[in-house]
Write a protein that binds this ligand. Structure first.
Ligand code: VGL
Ligand code: ZN
Length: 207
């Protein structure tokens, strides 16, 4: 069984959003096109409470991009984004929502961020995604979405650590590049950890 994991294709990560990834929305038609090729399609949704510790605005004298210690873990401070129930947190309207079987929310605990769709950054709490995939008999996962150097990266690394054969759809991801080269380094790290670099053309040819 093959699963597609669509990471955080939400308004705030697309042009016009508070943490917009350059050209983030351009991957949406590509993702929609390959959804029917999968047995299971899941989406992750960054879903923060307003008092979330990853927001620079929730710390005195701290700016976006600074790194702080958040309960023992290094934390990049972000603009307020993907606040539960607000438009910025909604999945992008162009995404084919009907093609998605289940949505897993993450980043819901104020004290810890959660880049991965599987676990929080401290690996203490799971979203249930891993068990869900195992119950469905999924052996192979294909990761796409936003952002390459954060949530796509950590979702991919966790999928590998859970033993899934993990593919990265390189034409269906976009990243932040806070520092130039972050996305390239992230892709290299995923590859070094065992992710198979693929793309949606190869996928379509093999289905
Ligand atoms: C993300 C930064 C903060 C992501 C989420 O989806 O990659 N990045 N929260
Ligand atoms: Zn977030």
């Amino acid at each position: 069984m093959k699963a597609l994991i669509i990471v955080d294709i939400q308004n705030d990560f697309c042009p016009g959003g508070s943490l917009a990834v350059t050209d983030g929305d351009t991957i949406i038609p590509i993702v929609n096109k390959v959804m029917p090729l999968f047995d299971v399609v899941i989406a992750t949704q960054d879903w923060h409470p307003p008092d979330h510790g990853s927001f620079a605005a929730n710390h005195i004298d701290r700016k976006v991009g600074e790194i702080i210690d958040l309960n023992g873990l290094p934390q990049v401070l972000w603009p307020v984004h993907c606040v539960q129930g607000f438009k910025g947190a909604a999945l992008h309207a162009d995404l084919n929502i009907k093609g998605i079987d289940r949505i897993f929310e993450k980043g819901t605990i104020p004290e810890v961020d959660s880049y991965s769709g599987f676990f929080d950054n401290g690996r203490r709490n799971s979203t249930g995604l891993g068990d869900f995939l195992l119950e469905k008999g999924v052996k192979e996962v294909y990761v796409c979405g936003l952002a390459t150097d954060y949530c796509v990266k950590y979702t991919t690394l966790d999928a590998l650590s859970l033993g899934f054969k993990t593919f990265l759809l390189t034409d269906a991801i976009k990243g932040v590049d806070l520092k130039e080269g972050d996305c390239e380094r992230a892709i290299l790290e995923m590859h070094n950890q065992g992710a198979i670099l693929s793309d949606t053309k190869i996928l379509q040819e093999n289905c």
